[in-house]
Design a protein around this ligand. Structure first.
Ligand code: CA
Length: 222
């Protein structure tokens, strides 16, 4: 289901994504979009934040009252606070306009894989040279064991539970220090620097953990 009031974007999606792979349902406003999601039970929702009737953030909260369908938000450039608010409200990811069809299909693939796996626990994360054995609490890069502090390990695990997806600073803080914590994004930055020192061969050009400026972090691969 695409909830987007810009006709140009809806046309772009229709034209670019093969109709044999995707069955589109479109909506120009939030209320109608929510009804469409309820009616067709889609695999993924693409949601514009600026809608003519209700705010996209409201759409996310209303959907999250009853469905875990993946929601990918479409946002205008430079609105970092919008992206953070959307992710914290329960969106799975975002795309900044103008986006390419390649980016869109990559994000849709990650969301679909994530929703299919559901909450099913994976005993091992193994992708692109990074191996995390959750049972042994061990981390290895290119076959070489890496020693992380307990906090660094928790931060890395939080990211590895959602490979390919961005986690906001608030989501990471909640995952590691628990809801209601009083830590700041500075704490995350400090531990992230420690992790990168140990797992990245060139911490200024990270191979595993990408910084999403103003938003949070994303573990690449998987
Ligand atoms: Ca709009």
């Amino acid at each position: 289901v695409v909830i987007e009031d810009e006709k140009g974007i809806r046309r772009f999606l229709q034209a670019g994504m093969p109709s044999e792979d995707f069955e589109w349902n479109e909506s120009e406003c939030g209320e109608d979009g929510i009804r469409k999601v309820a009616n067709v039970n889609p695999d993924v929702v693409l949601l514009d934040l600026g809608l003519p009737d209700i705010d996209g953030l409201t759409v996310i909260s209303r959907l999250r009252e009853w469905t875990q369908v993946p929601i990918i938000v479409l946002t205008a450039r430079g609105r970092d606070q919008d992206k953070v608010a959307a992710l914290d409200a329960g969106a799975d990811d975002y795309l900044t306009k103008p986006f390419s069809l390649a980016e869109l299909s990559a994000r849709i693939r990650v969301s679909l894989r994530h929703s299919k796996k559901g909450a099913e626990a994976q005993p091992i994360y193994d992708s692109g040279g990074l191996l995390i054995d959750f049972g042994r609490r061990s981390v290895a890069v290119d076959g070489r064991e890496v020693r992380l502090t307990p906090t660094e390990y928790s931060v890395l695990c939080a990211l590895a539970k959602h490979p390919g997806r961005v986690l906001t600073h608030a989501q990471l803080l909640d995952a590691v220090w628990g809801p209601g914590n009083i830590e700041s994004t500075h704490t995350i930055r400090v531990h992230m620097a420690g992790i990168r020192q140990k797992i990245e061969s060139d911490p200024s050009h990270p191979r595993f953990i990408r910084t999403e400026t103003g938003v949070g972090y994303r573990l690449m691969g998987a």
